[in-house]
Design a protein. Structure first.
Length: 271
């Protein structure tokens, strides 16, 4: 007769060991490179930047998520196109962070949403800018970024000639044009807008604000190349820990810190 008191503990021990091995599969592999991964990224302050504290809020979050799983994640900053192609060609384990597109889905696995972005209109306080739908913008000159879409409804309003879209290469240029009265408002992600305003034009901070109604709500993701062996495993590990961060409130703390200026290169006092 088998001694069940011996079998049960042995089975429990075996299951426990399997569970631990599975949970830490990436760092415990014999290949030492699996303990450290390299992630490519483009400059997108305050979310991602080589020059910011923690390399920006998104990099900070991603590194801490992997760290909890026993993986050290290092960021390399490149032009966006190069980051995308070099990662697909095997130089990096992942690339951060990207919006959804049908073309990218062919080459990459998408993580769960890392960022939730809100695009709004910035305007001068003394202009009393108001809008509820795009017809309210009729006859105005609206600023935007080069080669950038702010959603299908916005694009349709431009195509229908409801307002004139004037595009330049940087948010900083749009703030200067807004201050000079050359545009009536401009579209930008709210955190990017205020980061640029506080750090490049703090003298304008008292004169410019944003409209609370969003133009576009959008998510961005960490991408893992489909042609890399480790991608499925890294994706699963990242998503599991990202969900834990969101569930216990740690995720929200990073973006509270963003609102408080923790990711600014300096903290000028704004009256």
């Amino acid at each position: 007769m088998f001694n069940t008191r011996v079998i049960v503990p042995l089975c429990f021990t075996w299951l426990l060991l399997c569970s631990i091995t599975s949970a830490f599969a990436v760092p415990m592999k014999s290949n030492p490179n699996q303990k450290t991964i390299n992630i490519s990224a483009g400059e997108w302050p305050p979310f991602l930047s080589e020059s910011l504290p923690y390399q920006g809020v998104a990099a900070h979050l991603i590194k801490d998520i992997f760290s909890e799983a026993g993986i050290q994640a290092n960021f390399t900053f490149l032009p966006w196109g190069r980051a995308y192609h070099d990662t697909y060609n095997g130089k990096y384990a992942a690339t951060a962070v990207w919006m959804h597109s049908k073309e990218r889905v062919k080459n990459y696995y998408y993580s769960d949403a890392v960022l939730s972005e809100k695009f709004v209109f910035f305007y001068k306080k003394d202009n009393h800018f108001e809008w509820h739908n795009f017809n309210d913008l009729r006859g105005l000159i609206i600023g935007g970024g080069l080669s950038y879409s702010y959603g299908p409804k916005f694009d349709k309003a431009v195509a229908d000639g409801i307002f004139d879209l004037s595009q330049v290469s940087s948010t900083e240029q749009n703030f200067r044009r807004l201050s000079a009265g050359r545009i009536d408002a401009f579209a930008e992600e709210i955190n990017i807008g205020y980061h640029t305003l506080y750090n490049q034009h703090p003298e304008l901070a008292d004169t410019i604000t944003h409209h609370t109604q969003p133009i576009l709500l959008n998510n961005s993701f960490l991408l893992f190349p489909k042609n890399a062996e480790q991608s499925n495993e890294l994706l699963e590990i990242f998503n599991v820990h990202l969900a834990q961060f969101k569930q216990d409130g740690r995720y929200q703390a990073y973006f509270k810190g963003l609102e408080q200026g923790d990711y600014r290169p300096s903290k000028p006092s704004i009256k």
